[in-house]
Design a protein around this ligand. Structure first.
Ligand code: ZN
Ligand code: ZN
Length: 423
């Protein structure tokens, strides 16, 4: 079973506008599976306007009742950090997030266009950044729960921006960097074959086969280990854990692909059964700070020691967000032959980087990764081992040297991945 993406010669002959149009169409038809009569709430950077317009056009062609876009702008975000009074950073507009939750409850689909400058807040006070994020997480929680519980169809797609491109391709002139980033987005989002809709269906089926295999195994734990010993981590899986990957049928009955790209098979770890040491295989770009060479020791589920060669303060701030921020909410397997890994590019964006390597996430677990989890209370979820937190931050641990075993309850090991790829 191959995970390779194809780059057809015909795709290269398309104009940029045509390529962008194809991305918009696939995002609406495959990413969202938007249904006639459905409303769409879109969030995007002002720099994504051309893509927003094409997505909006395809959404109306698919029968959307109304498309509403909320824009963010890097310069105005920065203006707040540089000029607003200090006590304003504990505030988030509940009225705005309540309105988004109300839209979701009344049947709206959600799409986000990612692409803001990952280093935008790098020079700002990390304390302010963290307080502002906590305030937003709290205000956003009711809407976010509808997303994490997959009550509605949603997706995230990326749009290149000059600042992001400059970070990914620092040695190129601005225009070349931007064009390289767009090419990488088109390739990794699997829209470069002759029939991207069919390619996505095939890719979804491949992921589904892998997910079914893992679900049938009912592993008790996974063990990640590298020959050099930099990682030897046993991640217990939650009782009644369920592997997911590729498309999902949301609570509203609509089949969607929640991330574009998506290459991972993921599930819920047991919040109290993670032990060992783990070293990140890629830097983590978190809210504008680049955290490099993360190394963590876990004991009974909790991080007891965390170090990084850069951004250690931001890392410690992050894991101190709340009780659950030191524990895992997700574990995901991604082969080294995914198009994102094959591109060799560090995107400084979780949407891409998490699909380049096996990873773990600190914080909130997905209730949909537990059998019957969507209908459980937070207390029931916690009893099964699902973690709860205001954060959910993925970081990459996989790569060409990673080995993964599935462990049965008696400790018997079943090799799943060797040197980064499926056995
Ligand atoms: Zn993931
Ligand atoms: Zn995640």
């Amino acid at each position: 079973m191959s995970s390779a993406a194809t780059l057809s010669p015909a795709f290269a002959t398309l104009t940029f506008e045509q390529k962008l149009d194809r991305l918009a169409e696939v995002a609406v038809r495959i990413g969202l599976g938007l249904k006639p009569g459905q409303e769409l709430v879109l969030t995007a950077s002002t720099e994504a306007l051309p893509l927003v317009r094409l997505i909006t056009e395809h959404a109306y062609k698919a029968g959307a009742k109304l498309v509403t876009t909320f824009y963010a702008d890097d310069a105005t975000t920065l203006a707040r950090y540089q000029n607003a009074p200090d006590d304003a950073f504990d505030y988030a507009p509940a009225w705005y997030y309540d309105a988004i939750a109300a839209a979701f409850k009344s049947g709206a689909a959600r799409m986000a266009i990612a692409g803001a400058n990952p280093a935008l807040l790098a020079k700002q006070d990390p304390n302010k950044v963290s307080r502002a994020n906590v305030a937003v997480s709290k205000a956003y929680k009711p809407a976010m729960e509808l997303i994490t519980r997959h009550e509605i169809n949603w997706t995230i797609v990326a749009g290149a921006t000059p600042a992001w491109a400059a970070l990914v391709f620092p040695d190129d002139a601005p225009e070349a960097a931007l064009s390289k980033l767009w090419d990488a987005i088109f390739f990794c989002t699997r829209i470069t074959s002759d029939d991207p809709v069919a390619a996505w269906k095939q890719h979804g089926e491949n992921l589904k086969k892998r997910v079914d295999f893992l679900n049938n195994k009912r592993f008790h734990a996974l063990r990640f280990h590298t020959a050099d010993g930099s990682t030897d981590l046993t991640v217990g899986l939650a009782d009644q854990h369920l592997w997911a990957g590729g498309g999902t049928t949301a609570g509203n009955g609509i089949y969607c692909q929640p991330n574009m790209p998506t290459e991972e098979c993921f599930t819920t770890p047991h919040k109290d059964r993670v032990n060992g040491v783990v070293t990140a295989s890629k830097p983590l770009s978190h809210q504008g700070t680049l955290i490099e060479n993360i190394r963590c020791t876990f004991k009974d589920g909790k991080i007891v020691e965390a170090t990084a060669t850069a951004g250690e303060a931001a890392l410690n701030k992050l894991i101190s967000t709340d009780e659950g921020a030191r524990k895992l909410g997700e574990v995901a397997l991604v082969p080294h032959n995914s198009p994102i890994a094959q591109s060799g590019i560090l995107f400084w964006s979780t949407l891409f980087d998490e699909n380049a390597a096996s990873h773990i996430a600190l914080g909130q677990a997905y209730s949909t990764c537990l059998i019957g989890g969507e209908k459980m209370s937070n207390e029931e979820l916690a009893t099964l081992g699902a973690n709860e937190s205001l954060i959910h931050v993925d970081w990459m641990i996989g790569g060409p040297t990673m080995n993964v075993d599935g462990l049965a309850a008696d400790g018997t090991a079943d090799p799943l991945m060797r040197n980064g790829d499926w056995v």
